[in-house]
Design a protein around this ligand. Structure first.
Ligand SMILES: *[C@@H]1O[C@H](CO)[C@@H](O)[C@H](O)[C@H]1NC(C)=O
Ligand SMILES: *[C@@H]1O[C@H](CO)[C@@H](O)[C@H](O)[C@H]1NC(C)=O
Ligand SMILES: *[C@@H]1O[C@H](CO)[C@@H](O)[C@H](O)[C@H]1NC(C)=O
Length: 445
């Protein structure tokens, strides 16, 4: 049943060294690391594979495939200085939307390894018993230096994990994972999002770039350069996310979430998964840490915390007293929009999650997929997902909700002033906020 690889080992090792050097320069000098999908052929129902990430006891590969079970895939691991090993791959389809194509993940298990030299350099995928095996696709294994126990070690050392470390082993309380940006040019929204999550406790934000406009590129360059220079306090990571030319739900959002979970989960106590037009707001606590600490006390061990969604209607505005000019100047949603649907969506609809990456294996957009334990739904008095958007329920009853602006407005405004002073001449985007109290979507009432 084992297939015999056909490459020459010496040549392979030499080539690996060369690639590592190239990769080092590439990683150091390019924003938007290459994490793009690669087409595969002759591998059964597999169509595309994505990065291969080492997780401490397996290599995890996200993939796009035809729907259906697949139990004849093998992973061949290649090492720096020893022979190859072959293991059976475990392939699982993720949530599927309408199409016959699905995002999936491939786990290639390996017994736990402590020495980085034992972690494979490359993984090949082949079909078991295929007539002409040879390698069909080769991925270099990323995150080879990861340590799945780092967070526990830091805790044992008494480290709070928030030291400013410019190395690749920086643990943060909260990493925020944002879905792929596609034809995205709303710089005002992006700056506001980054500054709000900073106030809420984010130490790292990971963004996926499918296509962005030049103003957004300038914003991202400001944050990434300040971080690299040691003057920034929020780590902003931008990963390239070029997609195959096939229909993929929300630009492969679930695959991007999986990538973020496994790339940065080991460096995060918690991970936050929401969109650029949404913000998870704790209503009784100062920030996410305080809220989650309380929820954990009440119900220890939850793998995920769900914020229920309510829409802040963007068809009319009423900035709180004193914020009118700033709302316009910075095109700020938080400072402009205070009319919220009275309706709060049920937890099974539109809610978003903060997760504990050590207690879950995979998640979807609005719920966990594989995890130990059940999601803690945060009571709406303690927290809501504020979704700033054009109304979904026009003419439904609304309430004035100034809690976000009251709690964060002044601190947010200070940050917006500072950031935009460094972005002189950069367009805030094409979306012009409408300031006026009459509801554009509900003229008849
Ligand atoms: C790989 O394994 C084969 C068969 O066990 C052995 O003959 C060969 O010397 C090994 N090569 C290396 C580089 O360890
Ligand atoms: C969260 O709030 C607490 C209490 O105000 C504060 O001590 C802590 O520094 C805050 N954490 C972050 C990350 O802002
Ligand atoms: C979940 O529970 C199973 C069975 O009890 C256990 O084998 C596994 O390690 C747990 N996984 C996590 C991430 O805690």
């Amino acid at each position: 049943m084992f297939v015999k690889p056909t490459w020459n080992l010496h040549r392979c090792v030499y080539f690996a060294g060369f690639l590592t050097v190239c990769a080092f320069f590439f990683y150091t000098y390019v924003i938007g690391r290459q994490t793009d999908f690669k087409a595969v052929s002759d591998l059964g129902s597999l169509l595309y594979v994505h990065a291969a990430l080492w997780t401490g006891d397996k290599v995890r590969i996200s993939a796009v495939k035809d729907v259906g079970e697949m139990d004849n895939l093998l992973c061949i691991f290649l090492y720096v200085a020893k022979n190859y090993t072959i293991v059976k791959a475990y392939v699982k389809d993720m949530q599927r939307y309408e199409s016959e194509i699905t995002v999936a993940y491939i786990n290639c298990p390996l017994t736990s390894i402590t020495d980085v030299n034992e972690v494979p350099l490359y993984v090949d995928l082949v079909i078991e018993n295929a007539l002409s095996p040879g390698h069909k696709i080769r991925l270099s294994v990323e995150n080879r230096h990861m340590d799945p126990h780092l967070i526990f070690k830091n805790a044992a050392k008494g480290s709070k994990g928030c030291e400013r470390e410019l190395n690749e082993k920086r643990v943060v309380q909260f990493t925020v994972c944002i879905p792929p940006m596609f034809e995205y040019g709303n710089a005002a929204q992006l700056v506001e999002k980054l500054e709000m999550v900073r106030l809420l406790g984010a130490g790292r934000v990971v963004l996926y770039d499918t296509s962005i406009e030049s103003n957004v590129r300038s914003v991202l360059e400001l944050y990434t350069q300040e971080w690299a220079a040691g003057t920034g306090t929020l780590e902003v990571v931008v990963l390239s996310w070029k997609l195959p030319r096939i229909p993929m739900h929300y630009k492969g959002q679930i695959a991007a979430m999986d990538d973020c979970l496994y790339r940065y989960g080991w460096l995060s106590h918690y991970m936050v998964f929401d969109d650029l037009d949404e913000i998870m707001i704790p209503l009784r606590h100062d920030n996410w840490s305080q809220l989650i600490a309380d929820r954990e006390k009440a119900r220890p061990g939850s793998p995920a915390f769900m914020f229920r969604c309510s829409v802040m209607n963007k068809d009319h505005s009423s900035p709180p007293k004193g914020f009118h000019a700033a709302a316009l100047l910075y095109q700020s949603s938080v400072l402009s929009f205070t009319q919220r649907d009275t309706y709060i969506y049920d937890f099974s609809n539109k809610g978003k999650l903060i997760v504990n990456p050590r207690k879950m294996q995979s998640l979807e957009v609005h719920n966990i997929y594989e995890a130990n334990g059940t999601t803690d739904v945060i009571p709406v008095e303690q927290g809501i997902l504020y979704h700033y958007r054009w109304p979904l329920r026009p003419c439904d009853p609304e309430i004035r909700d100034t809690r976000v602006a009251t709690k964060f407005g002044l601190r947010l405004l200070q940050r917006l002033r500072l950031i935009w002073s460094k972005l002189e001449g950069i367009s805030k985007g094409d979306e012009i906020l409408r300031l006026g109290e009459s509801r554009a979507t509900c003229k008849n009432r």
